[in-house]
Each structure stands twice: as structure tokens, then as C-alpha cells.
Write a protein that binds this ligand. Structure first.
Ligand code: NHW
Ligand code: NZE
Length: 392
């Protein structure tokens, strides 16, 4: 990437590779806001066969079109064996947080057939970078149909979502990607904990360890039927104030983290069947809420396997430990995930996750997830343990 030309990204207000190590550049916005009257009022031009469309995910038909585009054309692993299969319920959850803008759910259609062939989204979020809280756009679900790749459509999509975000007087963004772009604020590893090792080996997600039999492998990953922590239970609506306090206090220690209020916690962390699961520990004596764990449901399509079509994956979301040891808390999360029939539990090495990954038998994934900020410079590249942000 240091040698690669980034013809589009070199034009953008992002950290540039040539600036790495230039300690004189100040932390904070790279460019000042533009007066709203000077923001381009009309959409960017698309190549002639295509037109912009705004995707209303409350419309069943539109949501299905977005779901199908992503199911067939979104992110695959490096070996093209799996492709993310975000559900419609998940997309509505991810894209309808408090204060969302429908205009930031942007599609591209073929003018003649009206076929949806590209998509990009933003949602507003309060993000703290060190001591500064910035309203940012979290950008996600950038997708161009496989048949329209390498035509420089992505830069147009990015410029259009940038324009629409600017129209709402927001000048920063946060996003993550498996590819290296100018310039990561942090680079994380992802880890996988087998819950259904037989299926994972059958589909080629995992390989049988050397000198390991299948029955020995199944035994290695076996988990108890019940959680072990007294007071461990599902989060409920009346827990929102206490969980908000617990989470806000925990996230203070990270350099970049969401600034969640009760509305945000209610949306992002209250359990939603098949989308997000959240649990907490309520002390049996004091009834104080001392710990929290959560994971979201993101299956992957299994490409080209006779016996299985879907890999059921849980992804670690936000977790807090103040009384229950991390190992015990997260092992209870694994136990409930196994009971809910997940095949694998995934986690990034962000926040305090590296305190439990190895001991709970997570294995390293085969790639990295890079974190980016748009129009905001962070002085030094951050260690994953300095990150308190998980993007879907
Ligand atoms: C103030 C508000 C600001 C808001 C905006 C903030 C910024 C938000 C940025 C977006 C954040 C999204 C986050 C997100 O959604 C999570 S990352 C997941 C992205 N989606 C996928 O990987 C799905 C499968 N791949 C595709 O659909 C296409 O390959 C895509 C559409 C990825 C690229 O389509 P393509 O047909 O393969 O390529 P061209 O059109 O010919 O364009 C090539 C140019 O695109 C650059 N590129 C490639 N992948 C990228 C990626 N993941 N982010 C940013 N840029 C990416 C690439 O470096 C090159 O630029 P360069 O020449 O300068 O190097
Ligand atoms: C975050 N969000 C923006 C989606 C996204 N985009 N690009 C990605 C690259 C890696 C991960 C990721 C994050 C955490 C994790 F435990 C495993 C992961 O990918 C495994 C490889 N893989 C890719 C597709 N199917 C399997 C997510 C993403």
C-alpha cells in the first residue's frame, strides 16, 4: 500500500501514507467544514446507464432488493469460501438507529431494468476521539455488483454519500474494511471460537488439528449446558439506564469509542431476536448490575458446499467486566451462543478482548480489519486495545 497509487483516496481528507511519522500535523479535523451554501446541491454524475435511488428499508420490497444485492455481492473471505449474509431484520436494525437519515441509504439502479446494482450507507453516531465528541457518519455496506467491478463506481458512491452527509452539517466519518486504504487508525486481528467443530471442519472453515481426531476435537470445544455466573440473565428494557452507566464508564478508557446515551443503548444493545443478544450480571445480594456481554448475529453463506448453505456466526459486540472475571463472563457468552445453535463465535482483539481470546480457545483468523476515520487525524496509530468501537 505504501507503493500503491490511490488515485481517489489521495484526493480525500484522510491521513496520507506520505504523512505517516510527520508528528507536526495536529490531531483533529483535516479540513474545516464548508459553508452549507457551498455544498454541492445536486447528486454526482453517474455513468449514463445508471441512476441514484434512495433505499427505504421500511419498504419490504426495497429491503429485499438490498438484501439480495448484499447476499450475492458483499464481502467474502480471502479464499472466497464464505460471504456475509446480513438478514433483512439486521439491516433494518443497523440502518435505523436514533436520528438516522433515509437519504444516507443510497442505491444505484440500471435506468432501463431498474435493477439495484450498488449500495452504500451512512448512519449518524456520536464518537469520542480522545477528549473530543464528534458527530460522525458511520459508513457501511458499500457494495458494487460483481459484474460492475473495477469501473471506478466506488469513488462516485463515496463522494455522493459524503455530499449527503455534508448537507446535514456533518464533516467526519468512521468506517472499517478488510483492505488497506490511506490510512488505518488501527489494524485489528479477528479470532474465531469453534462451537460446532464438526460442521466447521466439514465446510472447510477449520482444519482438524495435527494429531487430533474428530472426537477429540469435539471434546476440546465442549461447553457446559448452563451458564455458571450467579445473576447472569438477559438484558431487559428496565436495565437500559444501569447498562448505559456501566457501558459509558467502561468506554471512557479508550481513545476512540462511541458516546452512547440511553436511546443509543436501547437501540444498539437491547436484545432483538436473531439480530443482537445482550446479557448482564445482576448481583444477587445488591441487585447492582456489575457486568455485561453482547453479540450480534451475522451468518455467512457457504459458497459451494453440498451439505451446508449457511454458517451461523455470533460476533462479540460490547462487553464490560467489573466483578465477574473476563474469562468467566465470556465463557458464559459462549455457553449461551452454543445453546442458540451458533457454529462459531467471532471476536476482534479490540478493547479487553485479548484477555480472554487464547484461554477460551479462540483461534486466530486469516485476515485483519482496519479502522478508518475520514477528515479526522489521530496522532499515532492506535493499538487495538485502545479502540472501543465495533462497527457491524
Ligand atoms: C464527512 C462524511 C464522509 C463519508 C465517506 C467516508 C469514506 C467512506 C469510504 C467507504 C467505506 C466503506 C466501508 C464498508 O462498506 C465496509 S468494507 C466492505 C466493502 N465492500 C465489499 O468489500 C463488498 C465486495 N466488494 C465490492 O462491492 C467492491 O469491490 C467495492 C464496492 C468494495 C469496490 O468497488 P470496485 O469495483 O472493486 O472498485 P472501483 O469502483 O473501481 O474503485 C476503486 C477504488 O475504490 C477503493 N476501494 C476499494 N474497496 C474499498 C473499500 N472497502 N472502502 C473504501 N474504498 C475502497 C479502492 O482503493 C480504489 O480507490 P484508489 O484508487 O484511491 O485506491
Ligand atoms: C465490519 N464490517 C464493516 C463488515 C466487514 N467488511 N469487511 C470485513 C472484513 C472482515 C470482517 C470480520 C470482522 C470480524 C471477524 F471476526 C471476522 C471478519 O471477517 C472474517 C472473514 N470473512 C469475511 C467475510 N466472511 C468472512 C468484517 C468485515
Amino acid at each position: 500500500s505504501l507503493s500503491k497509487r490511490h488515485k481517489f483516496w489521495e484526493t480525500q481528507p484522510v491521513g496520507q501514507f506520505k504523512d505517516l511519522g510527520n508528528a507536526s500535523l495536529p490531531e483533529g479535523p483535516i479540513e474545516p467544514p464548508t459553508p452549507l451554501t457551498e455544498v454541492k446541491q445536486e447528486p454526482y454524475n453517474l455513468p449514463s446507464p445508471y441512476e441514484w435511488t434512495t433505499c427505504d428499508l421500511d419498504s419490504e420490497d426495497m429491503c429485499s432488493e438490498v438484501y439480495l444485492l448484499l447476499t450475492n455481492n458483499y464481502v467474502e473471505d480471502d479464499e472466497n469460501m464464505f460471504r456475509f449474509n446480513y438478514s433483512k431484520e439486521f439491516l433494518r436494525w443497523a440502518l435505523h438507529p436514533p436520528g438516522y437519515y433515509k437519504s444516507w441509504h443510497i442505491g444505484v439502479r440500471v435506468k432501463t431494468s431498474k435493477k439495484l446494482v450498488a449500495f452504500i450507507t451512512g448512519v449518524p453516531a456520536k464518537i469520542r476521539a480522545r477528549d473530543t465528541i464528534v458527530v460522525m457518519a458511520e459508513i457501511n455496506f458499500l457494495c458494487v455488483h460483481k459484474k460492475l467491478r473495477s469501473k471506478r463506481l466506488a469513488p462516485v458512491m463515496i463522494k455522493e454519500v459524503t455530499r449527503r452527509v455534508h448537507l446535514e452539517n456533518i464533516w467526519q466519518a468512521a468506517y472499517t474494511a478488510g483492505v488497506v486504504l490511506p490510512t488505518p487508525v488501527s489494524t485489528c486481528q479477528y479470532w474465531h471460537r469453534s462451537l460446532n467443530p464438526k460442521k466447521l471442519i466439514d465446510v472447510g472453515f477449520s482444519r482438524l488439528g495435527a494429531r487430533m481426531t474428530m472426537s477429540r476435537t469435539i471434546k476440546l470445544y465442549k461447553l457446559p449446558d448452563q451458564t455458571v455466573t450467579p445473576g447472569f440473565r438477559k438484558m431487559e428494557p428496565h436495565d437500559v439506564p444501569a447498562v448505559t452507566r456501566l457501558l459509558r464508564d467502561y468506554l471512557k478508557q479508550f481513545v476512540v469509542a462511541p458516546d452512547f446515551d440511553e436511546n443509543d443503548v436501547e437501540h444498539w444493545l437491547l436484545s432483538k431476536e436473531g439480530v443482537v443478544d445482550s446479557y448482564l450480571v445482576e448481583s444477587p445480594e445488591s441487585h447492582e448490575i456489575t457486568d455485561f456481554c453482547s453479540f450480534y448475529t451475522l451468518p455467512s453463506s457457504i459458497l459451494g458446499n453440498q451439505n451446508y448453505s449457511t454458517l451461523k456466526a455470533a460476533y462479540s459486540y460490547y462487553n464490560v467486566s467489573t466483578k465477574t472475571p473476563w474469562i468467566q463472563l465470556m465463557n458464559d457468552a459462549l455457553i449461551v451462543a452454543k445453546k442458540k445453535d451458533f457454529d462459531v463465535f467471532n471476536a476482534l482483539d479490540v478493547m479487553h478482548n485479548d484477555t480472554f481470546l487464547k484461554e477460551l480457545k479462540f483461534g486466530p483468523g486469516d485476515g485483519q480489519l482496519h479502522y478508518y476515520l475520514y477528515n479526522y487525524r489521530i496522532k499515532h496509530v492506535l493499538r487495538p486495545s485502545e479502540l472501543g468501537l465495533v462497527l457491524l
